[in-house]
Design a protein around this ligand. Structure first.
Ligand SMILES: [Fe+2]
Ligand SMILES: [Fe+2]
Length: 291
């Protein structure tokens, strides 16, 4: 990291997820064939302070108890009914215009992801996942803190994998000294299947519940586990998965590069693309969806 360019610090405070995704690409999972710009463990890089603080909060507060509370609070889906396009517009109000370095708004990230999937000739529901995968970030607009919306996700109720980014911050998480929760299986049984495992709370799990009645199973896996890097990139937590999870894992892995590496120098034109996406959304979803 070039110390002369502190202005390039990701501004997580304003732009949920995007700065985090940039951090992941730059420092944790660089695009194949490229090198990480800087090791995220370089504690001398002040530009990483915001991301580090984000992880500190996330790892401290995402407990088994916290996740259960958030699920009770949000999964009744009684907050808002809106179309997918209204949700996109709503999400786009999160754009950080104070940081010119972050040139993509939320909708652009979604569109670039979906258009890259479409260009590769994938099924239409896969394209739709690209368009919708981060819509769960509307949680931010309900006043939820960043650390409870974005970032990588992990199981709660069992030991935290050492392959999770900034694992050391779990020392501040009360679950890590609670004997009910700090063994490899914790509250779970071996091979119980991820559907029986509580994940740290964030936009992935929330959007899965919003969409679960409408999309094919691989699409739902991509939405639900796209930030579960310890599983889909690191191969951890296999002891919690079942045969069905293992069958679905390649779909989650197929989606991930589109999410991380689809940034295009030629931003898709929403006005031109809108008719295609209106048809696609109408094929799978009702006019209004419960969020
Ligand atoms: Fe995401
Ligand atoms: Fe994304």
């Amino acid at each position: 990291m070039d110390p002369s360019s502190p202005a390039k610090a990701p501004s997580l405070a304003h732009d949920p997820g995007h700065a985090w995704e940039e951090f992941v690409v730059a420092s944790v999972y660089p695009e194949p064939g490229t090198k990480a710009k800087a090791d995220y463990r370089n504690y001398d890089a002040p530009a990483r302070d915001t991301v580090r603080e984000f992880y500190r909060e996330n790892h401290r507060h995402q407990t088994y108890d916290f996740v259960q509370r958030k699920r009770r609070e949000f999964l009744a889906l009684e907050r808002k009914r809106m179309s997918v396009f209204e949700a996109c517009d709503f999400l786009n109000t999160l754009v950080d215009d104070s940081d010119p370095d972050i040139e993509l708004d939320q909708l652009q990230h979604l569109l670039q992801t979906s258009e890259a999937i479409r260009r590769d000739g994938h099924e239409d529901w896969f394209v739709l996942v690209g368009l919708m995968h981060d819509l769960g970030k509307v949680l931010c607009l309900y006043g939820e803190p960043q650390w409870a919306v974005v970032g990588d996700t992990f199981p709660v109720g069992c030991r935290h994998s050492e392959r999770i980014v900034y694992h050391e911050f779990f020392a501040d998480n009360p679950d890590s000294v609670d004997p009910r929760y700090n063994t490899p299986l914790g509250v779970y049984t071996e091979g119980c299947g991820l559907r029986n495992v509580l994940m740290s709370w964030g936009h992935d799990e929330y959007l899965f519940h919003v969409m679960k009645n409408y999309l094919p199973e691989p699409a739902l896996y991509m939405i639900r586990y796209h930030s579960f890097y310890a599983w889909h990139r690191e191969g951890e937590y296999a002891w919690l998965t079942d045969e069905h999870d293992r069958q679905m894992l390649p779909w989650v892995q197929k989606f991930n590069p589109y999410d991380l590496y689809s940034k295009s120098p030629h931003p898709p034109n929403w006005t031109e693309l809108k008719p295609y996406y209106e048809n696609l959304v109408a094929k799978y979803l009702p006019a209004n969806v419960a969020f």
